[in-house]
Design a protein around this ligand. Sequence first.
Ligand code: UDX
Ligand code: UDX
Ligand code: ADP
Length: 472
Amino acid sequence: MDIKHICCIGAGYVGGPTMAVIAQKCPHINVTVVDINEKRIAAWNDEDLSKLPVYEPGLDKVVEEARGRNLFFSTEVDKAIDAADMIFISVNTPTKTYGKGKGMAADLKYIELCARQIARVATSDKIVIEKSTLPVRTASAIKSILDNTGNGSEVKFQILSNPEFLAEGTAIEDLLDPDRVLIGGDTSTAEGKKAIQALASVYANWVPQKQILTTNVWSSELSKLTANAFLAQRVSSINSLSELCEKTEADVNEVAKAIGMDSRIGSKFLKASVGFGGSCFQKDILNLVYIAKTYGLNEVADYWEQVIIMNDHQKRRFAHNIISTLFNTVSGKKIAFLGWAFKKDTNDTRESAAIYVADELLNEQSKVAVYDPKVSEEQMYADLDYLNTRSSEENREGVSVFNNPYEACKDAHAIAVLTEWDEFKTYDWQKLYDQMQKPAFLFDGRGILDTDALEKIGFVCYKIGSGKNPEI
Ligand code: UDX
Ligand code: UDX
Ligand code: ADP
């Protein structure tokens, strides 16, 4: 089957960059990315490439090359669905905030709406691909909707699962040179195999064949949850040891290096931090926990839930360390945050540790001053408002946002590093020190700064997982 038209529903952090790369690498395929959010689509179409709604290194170049040639961004969802041979569903699947499975299960309402819309609009056969991370067996729900709610025409649908493994901040690199591409489909029928092949041949335009794996749908869906659960577990594991290191004279970076050289363990994803964030890790683990509980597998559920419990503890512990180090009160004190994004090189803030640390400090009546190179002020307030801990006005009163780090840190009692942006390492730390209240405290939640050098300037430093932290 020769694919000529691709439609992607959802122009977010996954849909946007993924389709941009497909369009760049497959000039013979027309790729249309649609979204119901008009502002977002307008931003994707903005002449000024610095206004793209997703910040990713290298994304602007890819969009510049393909946009208007074979990459289009539009709000005309129905039209794009009908014209496509292949439809990617890349809409958001947040954790449910209401009803059964509240706080655990994925909310599939956006996915279901998409499936119903495709069924209503389609007049020719379609390959429908789930790209959003979903609980195992969602493909069968999509299939049931597509097969039973049609518009009366004899349209046939094939459902594939094609989870996305890109990490934000390195999305373009990851898409251009993926460790693997995973395609799950109906391996028991000829039509199913044909659909798998059609998608594999799109990727084969730039991904070596041996890196394209095909499995049944359930294995593919579960692999995505498992990959994220394993990665998050590594972070929680090293973070749990960071606390032990702080109580002993061990150094978590030395421990990480020593264990990472064991090829069975590997060196990646062993960086102790203030806690993992991002749209996937927590949501996918909660999903896994919920599914396990649904099947009565309580030990399995408890095992994975511990990864989240540890992560919540790490974020809270960091905030409480600040409070106790500042003589048990931060009331009225300015605490400067360097970084708000959940990791460097992205403007995404979903589940960022910074939000939760700020929330704890605001509970203690601290004045939080934030600088982040890419996150907007509006986004920071929206993140805090979403927690519903206090009123919107109180959040605005407690948090001020700066577009200059030196201003943010002026007169502060402490600086806390929440994101590992490279530029933080290059600041004039003497200048920052000179402008601060004394003693000038520094809390490095990412272990990126040379705290020995900062201590020579006069800072009192706390570094995650260091046995040399000041006694508190
Ligand atoms: C272990 C460590 O590997 C080694 O570095 C340390 O010095 C001593 O402890 P050992 O216990 O001899 O070595 O064997 P290992 O290969 O680690 O296996 C331990 C157990 O885990 C075995 O029962 C093995 O069957 C099991 N295992 C290992 C699995 O069930 N699955 C695996 O994928 C790997
Ligand atoms: C993750 C997966 O890596 C990716 O494959 C999947 O498609 C989506 O979820 P992402 O959330 O974008 O990607 O970023 P990732 O690099 O995995 O980082 C997640 C969080 O873990 C960040 O907050 C990061 O700072 C933190 N982290 C990561 C650590 O604290 N230490 C580490 O060693 C690695
Ligand atoms: P992700 O990180 O999974 O890409 P985002 O929240 O960044 O998640 O993007 C998902 C996008 O999907 C949003 O821009 C949202 O407006 C869009 N979306 C959700 N439901 C629909 C729908 N039914 N039709 C079109 N777009 C949708």
